[in-house]
Design a protein around this ligand. Structure first.
Ligand code: PLP
Length: 393
């Protein structure tokens, strides 16, 4: 009998992938499914980025690269940060990783152990809690509230810090809610953190280019007072429609950067070389495709929010960032996960139940509007019919 170590009993999952598989299986049986489940842009990677990847292969970039990434990409990341956030970052502090997820994996491994507490947003990206539990640390959910526009509250976050807290995870613009935390709240958080110098901060800014209604994305990199304990997470997946390329990057305080390098050496060695060269084209090249994609998401966001607010017993605050809507469905009489399952099986609409993002996700669904306007309209139509005709199960 094979015996895997007990920590694997605690590792979680990301249900969006299970829903994607189930939606694909239903589609393979000939069912017509509209997929608003998975969080990835429905656009192709911009052509000049694809060409740069192909050219890299033709030019012979077939071997290992440095574990921390090729120098020109690390320099391009530093330039991108300067351009977008007005902050100087040394390329030496940058680490190239296979996707945004890997930065959180590394950070949580560095600070998670039995006895430690790690604060994370709830509802939030499910991998935070999963990895915290895997390490044996205590997950401490920071409630993300609808009546606060799904921004995190500095006061509520700071009140949860104890002498055991080792890491605080923040995410804005946020998955699954689309919430964006305003500058005043980030200022208050950073100010409050001065009293807790032993708490590291992981700022997941993977949706940083996607904000709407003039809402500014505030990077935690812009606060010099926490730079010596800040881990900045970003990557190409969402901004450049590159989820399948597996390319992310992070900025680490000096002592942690070497620990991250060692984790890379002990696991993936380096990111696929062609993807790294494509990443340089993404960051240094024209940003028109990004602007066009964000403009399209903005239009669809309006369609989704208007449509959801027109459904019986459903209400939806207007998300200010990312490409998710997080409607409140508590008044439908359904439990959120049961509703998500029934919508997929009976109405052919794939969405994710809020509880897949944490205990505070009950009563909500997550819809990704990274889909065409026609598909969004079809999904809303099906949801309207379903909620009007079907008694809660
Ligand atoms: C908040 C958040 N962080 C990180 C990631 C991971 O991105 P990647 O696909 O680059 O690993 C995602 C992906 O859905 C996300 O929603």
């Amino acid at each position: 009998m094979l015996r895997v170590v007990p920590s694997f009993d605690r590792i979680g999952d990301e249900n969006a992938f299970a829903v994607l598989a189930r939606a694909a299986a239903l589609a393979a049986q000939g069912r017509d499914v509209v997929n608003l489940g998975i969080g990835q842009p429905d656009f192709p990677t911009p052509a000049h980025i694809v060409e740069a990847g192909i050219k890299a292969l033709r030019d012979g970039h077939h071997g290992y690269t440095p574990a921390v990434g090729i120098p020109p990409l690390r320099e391009a990341v530093a330039r991108d940060i300067h351009r977008r956030h007005g902050v100087e970052v040394s390329p030496d502090a940058v680490m190239v990783v296979p996707g945004g997820k890997v930065t959180m994996f590394m950070a949580i491994l560095m600070f998670g152990a039995p006895g430690a507490e790690i604060l994370y947003p709830d509802p939030g990206f499910p991998i935070y809690r999963s990895m915290i539990e895997f390490t044996g640390a205590t997950p401490v959910p920071v409630p993300i509230r609808e009546d606060n526009g799904f921004a995190f509250s500095a006061a509520e976050t700071l009140a949860l810090i104890t002498e055991r807290t080792r890491l605080l995870i923040v995410n804005s613009p946020a998955n699954p809610t689309g919430g964006v935390t305003p500058k005043a709240e980030v200022d208050a958080l950073v100010e409050g953190l001065a009293a807790h110098p032993g708490v590291a901060v992981l700022s997941d800014e993977i949706y940083g280019t996607m904000t709407y209604d003039g809402e500014a994305h505030v990077s935690l990199l812009a606060y010099p007072e926490i730079r010596d304990r800040l881990i900045y997470l970003d990557g190409a997946s969402k901004t450049y429609a590159m989820t399948g390329w597996r390319l992310g990057w992070s900025v680490w305080p000096k002592p942690l950067h070497d620990a991250a390098r060692k984790l890379a050496v002990n696991s993936f060695s380096c990111v696929n070389a062609a993807a790294q060269w494509a990443g340089i084209a993404a960051l240094d090249g024209p940003q028109d495709d990004v602007a066009a994609m964000v403009a399209a998401f903005d239009q669809r966001r309006r369609l989704v929010v208007e449509g959801l607010n027109g459904l019986p017993n459903v209400s939806c605050v207007t998300p200010k960032g990312a490409f998710y809507a997080f409607p409140n469905v508590a008044r439908t009489g359904w439990k959120a996960k049961a509703l998500a399952t029934a919508l997929l099986d009976e109405a052919g609409v794939a969405v994710i139940g809020g509880p897949d993002f944490g205990i505070h996700g009950e009563g909500y669904l997550r819809l990704s509007y990274a889909n065409s306007a026609e598909n969004i309209a079809r999904a809303l139509d099906r949801m309207r019919r379903f909620l009007s005709e079907r008694a809660p199960g």
